[in-house]
Design a protein around this ligand. Structure first.
Ligand code: MN3
Length: 239
């Protein structure tokens, strides 16, 4: 074996050890069930369903590994703090005073991650409604020129989020639509805001397909949005 061949072999062994590029296959990719009060919600559609806008491998890693890790961490903390598992998630996100102070940041990160991603998967759907309800459309029209301008503003909020976080359309405490962005896995919940639309701008949400091009990801992402769900979120938030 010459040097080049042995390097090739080492390279492919390392590649295989790292899971290869498409291994494990999508069918084998189910994360082990988390043990505890928190459950990873099913995606609700196949990993490849949002292609070509979001690729299957990104969806698999994002749901089965990133979201699963937040769920597992919550279950781990709940072993020491059982009240975490029995308190409504939104209540803990609003007031985590009952959590020991040294665990509060971990709870904020992981419970926030669990809440944010659970919201995000439901907002996307292959073949979902392409237009907001007339109520949501007219509310958007009251704050922006039209839906297209609103999308550009939300994308700008996502591009403007330095590092990792989320961009949101929320109904604020005054029952008005507002664009905000949150850092890390912070949610809009402690602000008293009710999310209508939220988009993950962590690199793990887009890097495999879009690398550093967050604006291209955000533009493409709108093709996956299920406006029925956004409209339902808006209706509930205004009720
Ligand atoms: Mn994410």
């Amino acid at each position: 074996m010459d040097r080049r061949e042995s390097l090739k072999l080492i390279g492919s062994a390392a590649f295989a050890a790292a899971g290869g590029f498409l291994a494990p296959t999508l069918a084998q990719a189910q994360a082990p069930a988390a043990d505890g009060p928190f459950k990873l919600p099913p995606l609700g559609y196949p990993f490849e369903a949002l292609e070509p806008h979001i690729d299957a491998q990104t969806m698999m890693i994002h749901h089965d590994r990133h979201h699963a890790a937040y769920v597992n961490a919550c279950n781990q903390i709940a072993k020491d703090v059982p009240a975490l598992g029995t308190t409504p998630i939104e209540q803990t996100l609003t007031d985590a005073a009952y959590i020991p102070v040294q665990l509060q940041q971990q709870v904020k990160n992981n419970l926030g991650g669990h809440w944010n991603h659970s919201f995000f998967w439901e907002l996307m759907k292959p073949g979902g409604a392409k237009e907001p309800s007339s109520e949501l459309k007219s509310a958007i029209g009251g704050s922006w020129k039209d839906v297209d301008e609103f999308k550009e503003r939300l994308n700008a909020a996502g591009v403007g989020r330095f590092g990792s976080g989320w961009a949101w359309l929320v109904v604020n405490k005054d029952k008005k639509l507002e664009l905000i962005s949150t850092a890390n896995q912070d949610t809009p919940i402690p602000l008293g805001a009710k999310p209508v639309i939220g988009v993950d701008v962590w690199e793990h949400a887009y890097y495999l397909k879009y690398q550093n091009r967050r604006p291209d990801y955000l533009k493409a992402w709108w093709n996956t949005v299920n406006w029925d769900k956004a409209s339902e979120n808006f209706k509930k938030a205004m009720a």
